[in-house]
Design a protein around this ligand. Structure first.
Ligand code: C5P
Length: 212
């Protein structure tokens, strides 16, 4: 089974995807980390984030062993990832890794922006997660402070709004809900309740399938 979790609020601390994967004993891939990893290599090299040739070369040379690097979590890297991810050739370079991951048994949960629409259009369950940007800004700020970073909530909010806008309006794999995705608004849900709601969606979709 493949579960696709997309949406502006698909990732975050204690990610829904990770928890859902643990619940079903599936593998989990936070695909934002892949774009962040490409961006980080370019940032560290002082390279131009829009240098397509270089970004594609970096994308092909990624080492998944490094996806757990906490330095990938910062706002700066997230913002850079959002720029790099607009390059169609970079996205294309990362497709086969993601599809391969999704296809391996016993099942997988992938979270990102284009999983249900582009990477795994035949995913068994698609969940599109949204949350009030003000709530997301508060959560991200607290996460950053928890990591020991300085964070200004107003600046975090501005960054979130700018990134969502860029993700939604880019030509390549824009952020949008698949037609068959189920919406989950977690503005007023804590992590536990969000996980519970996602499991309920998975079970409802599975039960619906079995009736057909
Ligand atoms: O989810 P996260 O904040 O880690 O993603 C960072 C950026 O990577 C997003 O703002 C988005 O531009 C890009 N991304 C993407 N497609 C995905 C996952 C992330 O374009 N599947």
């Amino acid at each position: 089974m493949i579960i696709a979790i997309d949406g502006p609020a698909a990732s975050g601390k204690g990610t829904l995807g990770k928890r859902l994967a643990a619940h079903y004993k599936f593998r989990h891939l936070d695909t934002g980390v892949i774009y962040r990893a490409v961006a980080k290599v370019l940032l560290d090299a002082g390279a131009d984030l829009t240098d397509e040739k270089r970004a594609v070369a970096v994308a092909y040379a990624l080492d998944p062993e490094k996806f757990g690097n906490p330095a990938l979590k910062t706002q700066e890297v997230g913002e850079a990832a959002s720029v790099v991810s607009t390059i169609p050739a970079v996205r294309a370079a990362l497709i086969s890794f993601q599809r391969h991951f999704a296809g391996e048994p016993p099942g997988a949960v992938l979270d990102g922006r284009d999983i249900g629409t582009v990477i795994c259009p035949h995913a068994d369950v698609k969940i599109f997660v949204v949350a009030d940007p003000y709530v997301r800004a508060r959560r991200r700020t607290l996460e950053a402070i928890g990591r020991g970073e300085a964070a200004d909530e107003a600046a975090v909010l501005a960054d979130i709004l700018k990134r969502d806008e860029r993700d939604r309006n880019r030509a390549a794999a824009p952020l949008k809900a698949a037609d068959d995705a189920v919406l989950l608004d977690n503005s007023h849900l804590d992590i536990e309740s969000g996980v519970r709601a996602a499991i309920d969606i998975v079970e409802a979709v599975r039960a619906g399938r079995q009736r057909i």
